[in-house]
Design a protein around this ligand. Structure first.
Ligand SMILES: Nc1ncnc2c1ncn2[C@@H]1O[C@H](COP(=O)(O)OP(=O)(O)OP(=O)(O)O)[C@@H](O)[C@H]1O
Ligand SMILES: [Mg+2]
Length: 362
């Protein structure tokens, strides 16, 4: 059974609809992420789960029970925000013990649980330090450890790493996943950082203007985006104008960027002759060679190198088609002694496998 279920949640501020009918369900033990740009309603949704706001309509079920009438402090969950909110005059140990003291646990039970918690998140070395003697990442680890110490049903995290620098953030990704796995607590994580969402989550809900555009595993979201918005928001993506130019049983042919054609499956006859949309394909799914490679079903056409960007593990090429369309292609730099593949103005052949992309009509 789902631990948390949101049913058609709506929240308005004056005449502005911040959350516009969100339904989703989260399983026990998941690392679930709400991902979306600034202002899309992530924090508002989290605050309703925490009980700091109430929905105008819809239901929030925790373990199958409506929690509408439970005030925030009675909900079996904690929230971690961007700022650390540790007690400055308390050591790490006392900070972590605080929720248990408030809940009137006895001293030996507190000691036992706090020691267990400190070692499970590897804070032993810092246990007697004060918050000002810790780095930002360490402070945030303490804040999370404190939130997990009484084993809440849910931990809500609102951009908890956004105050940290990029390197520390990456380190904290590993720590967060470990803390989540060890505690078994269900995490609901909010971020606008798509790479963070993909790296951490068991599932991701991609939000846009108060709705969930797509919900799925990181792999599904990345490789099978359902809308233009999701394809564009997550990772790099070529989004090429496409139109159905021919329709046959179970298949349609797309004319793409007025430059080449691809035939794709059309199982439920979703697409008709003339249907317009975009062919979305990731840069790393595109191949480029010196010679044409003719293969069944695969588009192969000439392009010219417009420029390239060295990324270390790969090089991102921009290829120009005759009509001015630009196609980005990420080539891996994993071949030894290979500094670059092509130079500006080189003529190359691009090949695109229709199975590597998605035809999006929304
Ligand atoms: N108390 C409030 N009164 C009026 N408008 C609000 C209030 N809280 C949020 N909003 C508006 O609702 C929308 C969603 O805000 P929310 O804070 O949920 O966005 P967010 O996705 O968390 O963005 P960010 O990534 O910037 O934190 C925004 O347009 C915001 O201005
Ligand atoms: Mg927010």
């Amino acid at each position: 059974m789902a631990i948390l279920e949101l049913k058609n949640i709506v929240k308005q501020f004056a005449d502005y609809t911040a959350v516009n009918g969100v339904s989703l369900s989260i399983e026990q033990g998941e690392f679930f992420t709400l991902l979306g740009p600034s202002g899309c309603g992530k924090t508002t949704l989290l605050r309703m789960i925490a009980g700091f706001e109430s929905p105008d309509s819809g239901q929030i079920l925790l373990d199958g029970k409506d929690i509408k009438d439970l005030p925030p402090e009675k909900r079996p969950l904690h929230t971690v925000f961007q700022s650390y909110a540790l007690f400055p005059h308390m050591t790490v140990r006392d900070n972590i013990a605080f929720p248990l003291k408030m809940a009137k646990w006895n001293k030996s039970a507190i000691n036992e649980r706090v020691n267990e918690q400190i070692s499970s998140v590897q804070l032993e070395r810092f246990a007697e330090r004060y918050p000002h003697e810790l780095s930002g990442g360490q402070r945030q680890r303490v804040a999370i450890a404190r939130s997990l110490v009484d084993r809440p049903k849910l931990l809500l995290l609102d951009e908890p790493l956004s105050a940290l620098d990029a390197r520390l953030r990456e380190h904290m990704h590993v720590e967060l996943v470990k803390m989540q796995e060890k505690s078994g607590v269900t995490f609901v994580y909010v971020t606008h950082d798509q790479s963070e969402a993909l790296a951490l989550s068991s599932r991701v809900a991609v939000m846009n203007h108060g709705i969930v555009e797509q919900l799925g595993t990181p792999r599904e979201i990345y490789s099978r985006p359902k809308t233009y918005y999701v394809a564009d928001f997550i990772g790099k993506c070529n989004l090429l104008k496409a139109k159905v130019s021919h329709s046959a049983a179970e298949h349609v042919t797309l004319s793409i960027a007025d430059s080449f054609e691809l035939t794709i499956a059309n199982p439920e006859n979703k697409f008709n002759l003339g249907t317009e949309g975009w062919f979305a394909i990731r840069p790393e799914k595109i191949k480029a060679n010196w010679d044409p490679r003719v293969e069944d079903g695969i588009a192969n056409f000439k392009a010219k190198v417009k420029g390239y960007y060295y990324y270390g593990d790969g090089t991102l090429y921009e290829f120009l088609l005759e009509n001015g369309t630009v196609i980005q292609c990420m080539l891996s730099n994993n071949r030894p002694h290979q500094a670059s593949f092509f130079e500006d103005n080189d003529e190359v052949y691009i090949s695109i496998n229709p199975l590597a992309g998605n035809f999006l009509v929304e």
